[in-house]
Write a protein that binds this ligand. Structure first.
Ligand code: CDP
Ligand code: CDP
Length: 222
């Protein structure tokens, strides 16, 4: 039997977290969990409800009533909020891109997601995956500090801006990173025990191969 592995991928916007995690997940039979999409889902809900990132009370009353669930599709876990799975285009709207970091800095929003995100590990177990790969900003620092493997992806700003523009997205990635790195609660930072990988100079295939070699090494030991 293969050792069940928890793999954490942290990094700034457009560093390649999703593309890398999806590929690795498929090769190693890991459940793929994109925690950024969870923040995007709550931000979309709050925006639709007319709540501003500054109104603490309205945010708290929204988060207290939330019912969160998960559907798995092609090896990826998708959040379901009050019975509704938000559409991908709603998660990547200009309004969400512009406001998600503001909502993600509010402790009540992070608290509302913490246990839900941790519960994805039991879900992966239950559904007979060989582990899970979780991407975000605070996976190594807050959500799964006990992960078997932690990686921190980086790429220069020009490369990241180009990637988003190529996807046809209006997204000020540098601004978002700055907000994420300077907030008080769970700021974006490279966890101490994480391996740094430069995705500006290494191709997707190279990064996937590197992470794969670390997974192989962990599994051989057992
Ligand atoms: O994919 P992209 O790099 O554009 O961002 P994302 O991973 O979808 O995350 C969107 C936003 O959610 C980030 O800019 C953070 O503000 C927030 N986030 C967070 O605070 N903590 C996480 N673990 C994941 C995302
Ligand atoms: O999830 P995150 O926002 O960190 O990035 P992404 O959406 O996975 O990746 C943004 C773009 O960078 C995608 O078009 C990838 O093909 C590209 N890329 C990569 O992911 N990894 C590399 N090593 C090189 C390029």
């Amino acid at each position: 039997r293969t050792k069940f592995l928890t793999v954490g991928i942290d990094g700034g916007a457009a560093t390649g977290k999703s593309s890398t995690s999806r590929r690795v997940a498929a090769i190693y039979k890991l459940l793929h969990v994109d925690t950024g999409s969870h923040y995007r889902a709550l931000a979309a809900g709050l925006i639709a409800a007319g709540v501003s990132p500054e109104s603490q009370e309205a945010i708290e009353s929204y988060t207290q009533k939330l019912a969160l669930d998960t559907v798995i599709e092609s090896g990826s876990a998708h959040i379901v909020v009050d019975g509704v799975r938000p559409a991908d285009e709603d998660l990547r709207s200009d309004a969400v891109n512009a406001n998600v970091s503001k909502f993600a800095a509010v402790p009540a929003v992070r608290e509302a997601l913490r246990d839900y995100q941790r519960s994805q590990r039991e879900l992966a177990h239950q559904k007979a995956f060989d582990g899970l790969i979780v991407e975000g900003r605070d996976i190594g620092s807050v959500i799964f500090p006990d992960a078997d493997l932690l990686f921190f992806l980086e790429a220069d700003e020009a490369t990241r801006a180009k990637r988003r523009a190529a996807e046809g997205q209006q997204d000020a990635v540098a601004e978002r990173d700055k907000m994420d790195a300077t907030r008080k609660t769970a700021p974006l930072t490279c966890p101490q025990n994480a391996e740094r990988i430069d995705t500006g100079s290494n191709s997707l295939e190279e990064v996937v191969a590197l992470i794969g070699s670390r997974i192989d090494a962990k599994r051989i030991k057992v």
